[in-house]
Ligand binder design. Structure first.
Ligand SMILES: *Cc1c(COP(=O)(O)O)cnc(C)c1O
Length: 457
């Protein structure tokens, strides 16, 4: 069988409101052609992100009732801590209300002005938090990971030679940590192999640099290792995760992804002095160490979610649902990153709309069209998100890829919704030559894609 049926029954439903083409054209225009500024109620299938959009299970909702809202030492914190220690193995567990706070707490404590931080591909908040703290974020993903059509089982792998060059060129003292993002979000939700993690860990040990994981989608990454890497097919996904984290010194985590919750995150690390400094800062900006910006019930549902996400029937369905959408699009000649990754489909907008130049944001033009034609909300990951203007020369630097990400929320949409998305893209294909590029009217200095206003050229 190619695809699996949803391994759950639906016991609560949220109706989707219908909108007309005319209404959507008006709404997106009012939003400055920025899908972040659209009311979610006016969306048919919302594939903006897989972050914080998961459906919780009956077991998690039951756990909500067991929230112990004591200011300090709630029982839910101990359950949270025990669950994370069991899977991730790190010594200190620091709850935060989102992944980016874990990033900021870590980076503001270890990055000095001009430090260089290698990663396979930095996610946007990771990059922004590094730069805000005076660091330079460098991507070291393998070249195959940058070629959208290239088939490779672990396109998220770090290029070990690139990594060593970054360390040698900048000096060990200027590299305060190495990060591996699993799966590699900005690089297409592509997994990193256990072998690559071992190799990076050896480099990290040789130079005595701490190795951290950006672990948001660790379970999906571990499922790919089980599926694709020799020697892992008989191991459970949990065992694979335990082995993987043992190669590192800590991780940042947004529980809004593989935590299967709507809000939450944590920082986990072995360095106890650093953990103490970070905890002191946590009290200042997030909350007491046993709640860190979350309610007791939130900690409880994260603990339950982290156990559920390792269920292999769930992961099998999850990865195959993405694969199904990928197959439907490929059958309709829509160019996408191959092979499909863990949480999203990435349309190669440069290949799909070759008549729109990079400085006119081809991927954003397609994002807008998806909303107009089908009420589908996707996100641009290209020049709008990552384009940079050189402060001295005024020259615009474009990223290599112009992508439209269709991120699939966990346990929310059925395979029939995937079919619908594919039908809409098929319709767009017929008239794609008429699509126009876009021009920026307003932009903020950092993370501009969230608030940008655009118009057609
Ligand atoms: C979502 C995400 C983050 C940030 O987490 P938030 O909970 O959104 O703050 C960091 N890194 C990666 C790879 C992510 O996907």
């Amino acid at each position: 069988m190619d695809f699996t049926a949803e391994p759950f029954r639906i016991k609560v439903v949220e109706p989707i409101k219908k909108t007309t083409l005319e209404e959507r054209e008006q709404l997106i225009k009012q939003a400055g052609y920025n899908i972040f500024l659209l009311p979610a109620e006016k969306i048919v299938v919302d594939l903006l992100t897989d972050s914080g959009t998961s459906a919780m299970s009956d077991n998690q909702w039951a756990g909500m009732m067991l929230g112990d809202e004591s200011y300090a030492g709630s029982k839910n914190y101990y359950h949270f801590e025990k669950t994370i220690k069991d899977i991730f193995g790190f010594k200190s567990i620091i709850p935060t209300h989102q992944g980016r706070v874990a990033e900021n707490l870590l980076f503001s404590n270890i990055i000095k002005q001009g430090n260089v931080i290698p990663n396979n591909s930095h996610f946007d908040t990771t990059r922004a938090n590094i730069e805000y703290n005076g660091g330079i974020a460098v991507d070291c993903v393998i070249d195959e990971g940058l070629d959208p059509a290239f088939e490779h089982p672990f396109k998220g792998n770090i290029d070990i030679n690139k990594l060593i060059s970054v360390i040698e060129e900048n000096g060990v003292n200027n590299v305060p940590l190495i990060i591996i993002t699993i799966t590699n979000n900005s690089g297409g939700g592509q997994p990193v192999s256990m072998q690559n993690i071992k190799d990076v860990s050896e480099v990290a040990k040789k130079y005595d640099i701490p190795l951290f994981f950006d672990a948001c989608r660790f379970a999906e990454n571990c499922y790919f290792i089980k599926e694709r890497e020799k020697g892992y097919d008989n191991k459970s996904v949990k065992e694979i995760a335990q082995e993987l984290f043992a190669y590192g010194d800590g991780c940042t985590m947004s529980a809004k992804k593989d935590g299967l919750v709507n809000m939450g995150g944590f920082l986990a690390l072995n360095n106890e002095n650093l953990a103490q400094n970070i905890t002191n800062m946590l009290i200042l900006i997030e909350g007491f160490p046993t709640y860190g910006g979350l309610a007791g019930r939130d900690l409880e549902v994260i603990a339950r979610g982290l156990k559920e996400v390792l269920n292999e029937d769930y992961l099998n369905f999850r990865i195959n649902q993405i694969r199904l959408l990928g197959k439907l699009l490929t059958d309709n000649k829509i160019p996408i990153i191959q092979p499909t990754g863990g949480h999203a489909i990435y349309i190669d907008a440069k290949a799909f709309l070759p008549h729109i130049p990079q400085n006119e944001f081809p991927a954003q033009s397609l994002v807008v069209e998806l909303y107009k034609v089908g009420g589908i909300r996707a996100v641009e990951i290209g020049s709008l998100m990552f384009g940079k203007t050189d402060k001295k020369t005024g020259e615009i630097k474009h990223p290599k890829l112009e992508l439209v990400r269709l991120a699939i929320p966990r346990r929310v949409y059925t395979n029939m919704h995937m079919q619908y998305v594919s039908e809409v893209l098929k319709e767009i294909s017929l008239t794609k030559h008429n699509l126009k590029g876009m021009k920026i009217l307003y932009q903020a200095a950092i993370l501009r894609h969230f608030t940008v206003k655009l118009r057609y050229v």
